[in-house]
Design a protein around this ligand. Structure first.
Ligand SMILES: [Zn+2]
Length: 100
């Protein structure tokens, strides 16, 4: 669940207001975009009637951090693999140079 926060009072008390927003529909053969009303629920601050900001929940932030960490680890292990690969080549060259 995302967290709702009021941009004015930073409160988290809100109600959902039913609103209709105009959304562009599919473009017809005449090239005219049809507009249609789509009902949406907008979170509104109970105190100041402001539209609430939607913030990611702690779980979502944690998930993102975890994802980033995993990406980092992936890059690091790839780097390690590449480095050890080069290490083997260098060692091989060294040995060849030593015994030739
Ligand atoms: Zn507010």
């Amino acid at each position: 669940m995302p967290i709702y926060s009021c941009p004015k009072c930073l409160g988290d008390k809100f109600f959902l207001r039913n609103e209709n927003i105009l959304v562009a529909g599919p473009v017809g053969p005449t090239g005219i975009t049809s507009m249609k009303n789509v009902p949406v629920k907008t979170p509104i601050c109970k105190q100041c009637n402001e539209t609430m900001n939607v913030l990611p929940s702690p779980e979502e932030i944690e998930q993102e951090l975890e994802y980033k960490e995993r990406m980092n680890l992936g890059i690091k292990s790839l780097l390690g693999l590449a480095l050890s690969f080069f290490g083997v080549i260098l060692l091989g060259n060294l040995l060849i140079n030593l015994f030739s």
